[in-house]
Design a binder for this molecule. Sequence first.
Ligand code: ACO
Length: 323
Amino acid sequence: MIYSRIAGTGGYLPDKVLTNQDLEKLVDTTDQWITERTGIKKRHIAEENQTTCDLAEHAARNALAAAGLQANDIDMIIVATTTPNQVFPSTACLLQARLDIRGCPAFDVQAVCTGFVYALGIADKFIRSGSVKNALVIGAETMSRIVDWSDRGTCVLFGDGAGAVILQASAEEPGILSCHLHADGAYESLLTVPHGISNGYDKMIEGNAYIKMQGNEVFKMAVNTLGRIVDDTLAANNLKKTDIDWLVPHQANIRIITATAKKLKMSMEQVVVTVQEHGNTSAASVPLALNVAVLDGRIKRGDVVLLEAFGGGFTWGSALLKY
Ligand code: ACO
């Protein structure tokens, strides 16, 4: 039997920081409102000439070093992103060239904030089938490019960053125990960037393709859906809530994270929270948080870790793994 395990993690946040106090000067908001409603204190913003691929490259190189691998050991690249560099080539192909890797499959996955969990689920299937040995799986975003900086309802929430893992074939007991991926496209009106290539291209090139969100409705859906997927994931693995050592949730809002932890009856000590540091980095948020907890020694080999995310689409998903 072939399983997949995480051999190394990496993360990267751009140097430029935008604090809540900085936002007070841009829109009618306060540090107190943002902190109480979201838990976010600051977010990192890519420089004008810094692309999603640049952030992904940093995270990828960190993950390769952590796994003790060279770029040419990689035989599959998946980049989860909603904010690709350009229409094509995919950000994964651009990254492949940067890393000087030739020939292996490289493609992007678009599942907004759930993108990394989707990419991990796909890579796991390729590895279990025996066709891939070392997959580079990345969540990378420049959300700042699709934020309307005059909309206080959304601009306080998002940031830029990238997180990566090397998913490796292993004959030993499973790393990834199960992945659960879902979508329901009926909710476009609640969370969308309504313009793009074949729909409102003129608006996109004018720079008017921005996130529109009914925050309150999305909030309720996220809390309910994440509660359900946690139960489904445990049931699929015949595990109890107490079997989980660490929850690594999508970092969108501390109140959504707290509600999921409560549902799991987990103490917040067992929940990896980084949202205060970088806001919602969409597909990058789960691997960024995972990397932080691995680097600071909280998540250790053998720990049972639950990753979960919810985002535009709507999409949602979870991955249960033994680190
Ligand atoms: N500063 C001050 N006041 C604000 C701000 C702000 N930045 N933003 C909104 N308000 C006001 C509103 O105008 C409203 O005022 P009113 O009562 O006078 O009308 C009041 O605050 C309450 O607004 P709500 O939208 O009801 O506030 P809520 O408690 O729901 O918090 C938030 C808003 C933080 C957006 C929350 O709803 C949320 O986190 N939603 C989920 C976001 C999410 O998880 N998205 C999923 C992933 S994103 C993706 O996939 C791309």
